[in-house]
Design a binder for this molecule. Sequence first.
Ligand SMILES: Cc1cc2nc3c(=O)[nH]c(=O)nc-3n(C[C@H](O)[C@H](O)[C@H](O)COP(=O)(O)OP(=O)(O)OC[C@H]3O[C@@H](n4cnc5c(N)ncnc54)[C@H](O)[C@@H]3O)c2cc1C
Length: 396
Amino acid sequence: MSQRCIIVGAGHAAAQMVASLRSGGWDGEILLIGDEPSLPYQRPPLSKGYLGGEMTQQQLFIRPETFYQKHHVELLLNTRVSAIDRERKTVSTNKGEALDYDRLCLATGTRPRRLDCLPGAALNGIHYLRSAVDVERIRGELAGTKNAVIVGGGYIGLETAASLRKAGLQVTVVEAAERILQRVTSPQLSEFFRRLHREEGATILEGTGLAEFVGTNGRVNAVRTNGGELLPADLVIVGVGVEVNGELARDCGLEYDNGIVVDDYCRTSDEGIVAIGDCTYHYNAHYDRRLRLESVPNATEQAKIAAKTLCGKLQPYNSLPWFWSDQYDIKLQIAGLSQGYDEVVVKGDRESRSFCLYYLKAGRVIAADAVNSPRDFMQAKKLIQSRSGLPEEALA
Ligand SMILES: Cc1cc2nc3c(=O)[nH]c(=O)nc-3n(C[C@H](O)[C@H](O)[C@H](O)COP(=O)(O)OP(=O)(O)OC[C@H]3O[C@@H](n4cnc5c(N)ncnc54)[C@H](O)[C@@H]3O)c2cc1C
């Protein structure tokens, strides 16, 4: 009897899972269930080229429709899995079906954290940016928009700010923390991006929270900061972090802690169920701690590992986290995680638009931020992986 693998969530991790299952020898059925209307697509361009109108929806797709046909992958799009019955080995959908599985893969990702508690949160013109549909809605409002406020100065907020500046809008970024990018990087890199955005004409307000959204006739026209300042805003985009789509896993009793807990082989606490991508909480040997990562490289890598697990060829996960961000003419590449560093070494000139920051802990390189310097990024990855120490002068 042919076995059936059901994958829940049709994003980055799922698209890789399908390909790796087939290349790994899975010859049973594959059923991919996703609640969005389109084929799995790339999310990174959403705040970059897709928002800027430089890419079509077809160009977003990770693989064309013919790929799924050729590899006999059944797609159930526009369909939400509402529950998992682990005893019966079935998933229920919002369309009233109960589907049997032999193996289940959870690739449910995350969703934006919302600011629904603020006054005015239901006004039109306030957007979140996670899906292609979100971006299409935003793009539909750009004509005639003069002032945009971006709430949140993380990577997605800053990329959005850069795209809207390029589109000719007046852009203000409001960040509640002391500095933009505070959660993810050093004061030196925050300072670089603050300067970059100001040079490009955006306004960056740090240490500034939001008190309310203000509007007339059901549409936003300003936001009020917690200091009482009224900022004009025909369009607001909120990027204040994410929450895990973890309800399915929690409700069926899988071990859960800041995400779906998986072992080195992407197995959850139920050995018939694997989990991959942004929704997982997993151990990383490079940093000797558990992590939940929001990155395409991690989603792709975990999918490869989980597919091997389901094909009976166990291989442990051992990847170095890495990320990237594109803003204006800057390509930032991040190798590793800098949290806990005790020293920063600068290679190159921070006043220029090409340099690298190395983060050290007890003399060892643990992470690097490479600004328009792909060679440094590649070298940093090797250095971190080799766990070697290098004198400061040699790095610089
Ligand atoms: C605007 C933006 C820019 C980004 N830029 C970068 C970048 O530059 N570099 C980078 O590395 N990463 C970037 N990321 C992060 C990256 O996109 C994610 O890490 C990646 O998409 C994770 O893949 P995933 O498959 O785990 O989750 P997702 O791609 O989020 O896919 C999960 C899918 O599951 C669906 N789903 C959830 N629950 C259910 C259910 N019950 N039933 C059916 N379907 C369900 C969701 O709707 C979604 O379609 C960006 C993200 C965004 C939003």
